[in-house]
Design a protein around this ligand. Structure first.
Ligand SMILES: Cc1ncc(COP(=O)(O)O)c(C=O)c1O
Length: 357
């Protein structure tokens, strides 16, 4: 049986459409449109020469780099084979009986909780409040809650949770004896990200774990690299012991060490995303498509018609993310990534042909 996933699966899409993967433009995964920095590519290729030995089991040089980058002690960091691995390790090592997730949100929190038989409670994000977390989330946090997952900015809505709200959640969780995992995998695409990041709360709250990814901002999803940070060193130690050793390959470690030096690349990316997101939203609205306020490198939208837009777009070699399987969204919701100017013009042209306008 093949694993089914809802985004980034150009391989299944290619099989279905009878075309080659390379001929599909993937708007279903949200990867930096500027691509992998050249320096990272070189580091990855050079690391092949010493891939005949095991990688550093402790990812020492990478952890030193992350520590400087995030301005946190090395002992607070756990390096993972992508942020997805970190999500599963968090669940495996904390063994929550009950977890609270927002809905709609990235499905792997729920999948990981389901895998260990934990009960999943949903905090419903409401369209009329722009899918923003409201104070009533605090009513869902009590002594039965073992972990809360917050995605900031949220996937698939692109909505940010402000610092005050996040701290209220972390503080309520501390009082209830629960952990909080704040997933900031897309925060690197946001302007003034420090204003929203929970990294500043580490040290103050030992129930907090912040999740980060290299995969999206440095465009290395195929290499796989992420990390999490917690000032609770017992959690960090448990994370290390909650899965197989050598989880981060030599190629991933070398790529990450080099990527952390690419500061200008992040600034350029943020500006590019703002400009291109504006273009896409304007054009989608011109087509009478309702868009939701996104601060990230992807856009959630809703069409007025009953039409399998994903299928129709695939016929044109474009893969988009249907959001029909997200709780609190439905058949007419879709998500697209903000890609290069040229690719964004291609998708708008294709949408015009499919929807009319
Ligand atoms: C919100 C969010 N967190 C984590 C991940 C997993 O990222 P990675 O590819 O680094 O495992 C994804 C992947 O799409 C995501 O959307």
């Amino acid at each position: 049986m093949l694993i089914e996933t809802h985004g980034a699966d150009i391989y299944s899409a290619a099989e279905k459409a009878g075309i080659k993967e390379n001929n599909i433009i993937d708007f279903s995964s949200n990867i930096n449109p500027l691509g992998m920095p050249e320096s990272v590519k070189v580091a990855a290729v050079n690391s092949i020469a010493y891939s005949d030995r095991y990688p550093d089991i402790n990812s020492r040089e990478l952890i030193r780099g992350i520590s400087k980058f995030e301005n946190v002690p090395e002992s607070w960091i756990f390096a993972a084979n992508g942020a997805a691995e970190a999500i599963y390790r968090i669940v495996f090592c904390l063994k929550p009986k009950k977890g609270l997730v927002t809905a709609p949100a990235f499905s792997e929190y729920e999948n990981a909780l389901n895998m260990i038989g934990a009960q999943v409670e949903y905090y419903n994000l409401r369209e009329e409040s722009d899918f923003k977390i409201q104070d009533d989330i605090l009513e869902h946090i009590n002594f039965d809650t073992d972990i809360v997952f917050i995605c900031n900015p949220n996937n698939p809505t692109g909505q940010l949770t402000d610092m005050e709200m996040t701290e209220k959640v972390i503080d309520s969780c501390r009082q209830a004896g629960s952990a909080v995992a704040v997933d900031e995998c897309f925060l690197d695409f946001v302007k003034n990200k420090e204003e929203y990041s929970s990294v500043k709360f580490l040290g103050k709250y030992d129930n907090l774990i912040v999740l980060k990814a290299f995969t999206k901002i440095y465009a290395i999803p195929g290499i796989r690299l992420g990390y999490c940070i917690s000032s609770n060193e017992q959690i960090v130690e448990k994370l290390k012991m909650s899965g197989p050793p050598w989880n981060v390959s030599s190629i991933a470690q070398a790529s990450g060490i080099t990527a952390l030096k690419e500061k200008d690349y992040i600034d350029r990316t943020v500006e590019y995303i703002i400009e291109q997101r504006k273009y896409l939203i304007k054009e989608l609205n011109r087509l009478n498509i309702k868009t939701y306020n996104s601060c990230a490198n992807y856009i959630l939208f809703k069409i007025q018609y009953s039409l399998d837009l994903k299928d129709e777009m695939l016929k044109k070699g474009i893969l988009i993310r249907s959001c029909s399987n997200y709780k609190n969204l439905g058949e007419n919701y879709y998500r697209i990534a903000v890609k290069t100017s040229e690719q964004n013009q291609i998708i708008i042209k294709a949408l015009k042909e499919v929807i009319g306008g």
